[in-house]
Design a protein around this ligand. Structure first.
Ligand code: FES
Length: 321
């Protein structure tokens, strides 16, 4: 069973002020080696001072392995992550960084793509814009922000997105005055895929506006678990069989599977503990799963689950661990 996360030290080569409350961080290999390849939409975990682990989307060009680019918004109610990035991390520092993972993959088949970013949600969508441009695919990028001072990566976006296809929408902090998402997605256009990422209210609006689109044409990534679905929902005891190790574990009504496994001295890799990142995804081979994550698609759910939030519907589950 996997234990310690696979991490490496990367040097902070540059920090740039991008917009109000947003800085970008350019990370490089300290010995000048190329970084591992990643796909547009991927994110990495940063292991910050004070034992804080945070996931950030890679915002650069996936075909450029000379550095990784992150964009970090200083949260007003930071729990330590964005505050550590903005206030403690300096150019020249070494940061411990995990491998790139992608829970926000692009579809290959799209003839056209609509990218919709809310605030700092621009980061994964910017890397998608790079990938689409490299592939010669057409796309529109809608970037919703409070005002011009809140637009990150402006110069890069202007150079990257073909003329007439970068749409900035300013709402002054009042979403009803911004982009009419329902109108934008009113017609489900064949062979067109929609990607969105942003804060909770924006995500809800995009999900509602795209609900009549084919499921496989709509892709999103949450930063936080939607507020309508509280995560602390453990609500029934069950038994988990770990097929590879031969162990049987009792999961209490107030426990997650991850926690129950940890209490036996074993570990499953985790990051968000909220069903958002996919770090704890495991295969299940028997039992019915109550899926409570926000990242697995229907195909994946037929054989995989996230053990940080999902549970058994019945009395037992068998995991391929
Ligand atoms: S730890 Fe992120 S989905 Fe489980």
């Amino acid at each position: 069973m996997s234990t310690a996360p696979d991490t490496k030290k990367l040097r902070v080569q540059a920090i740039r002020w991008q917009a109000q409350g947003i800085c970008s961080y350019e990370l490089v290999d300290p010995d000048g080696h190329a970084l591992e390849p990643y796909e547009a939409g991927a994110h990495v975990d940063l292991y910050l001072p004070g034992g804080i682990v945070r996931s950030y989307s890679l915002a650069g060009d996936p075909s450029d392995n000379s550095h990784w680019l992150l964009g970090v918004l200083l949260e007003a109610k930071s729990l330590g992550g964005s505050s550590a990035m903005h206030k403690k991390v300096r150019v020249g520092d070494l940061l411990e960084v995990g491998t790139a993972r992608n829970a926000f993959r692009m579809a290959n088949a799209a003839k056209h793509s609509i990218l919709i970013a809310g605030g700092i949600g621009i980061t994964p969508l910017k890397s998608m814009a790079h990938a689409l441009k490299s592939a010669g695919a057409t796309f529109d990028l809608h970037y919703c922000a409070r005002g011009p001072n809140h637009v990150a990566f402006m110069q890069e976006l202007q150079a990257l997105v073909p003329q007439g296809h970068l749409h900035l929408h300013f709402d002054g902090g009042e979403p009803s005055k911004g982009l009419d998402i329902a109108n934008l997605l009113k017609v489900a256009v064949p062979d067109t895929h929609v990607y969105f990422c942003g804060p909770a209210g924006f995500m809800r609006a995009c999900a509602e506006a795209s609900s009549h689109w084919p499921k496989e044409a709509v892709h999103c990534e949450h930063f936080k678990a939607p507020e309508t679905k509280p995560l602390d929902l453990p609500d029934g005891a069950f038994e988990v069989h770990l097929v590879k190790s031969g162990a049987t574990i009792q999961v209490g009504p107030d426990q997650t599977i991850v926690r129950a496994i940890e209490l036996t001295g074993r570990r499953v890799p985790t990051s968000c503990l909220s069903g958002l990142c996919g770090a704890c995804k495991v295969e299940y081979v028997a039992g019915e799963v109550d899926h409570r994550d926000y990242i697995l698609n229907d195909d994946e759910r037929t054989h995989c689950m996230t053990v940080c939030v999902s549970r058994a519907k019945g009395k037992t589950l068998s995991l391929n661990l």
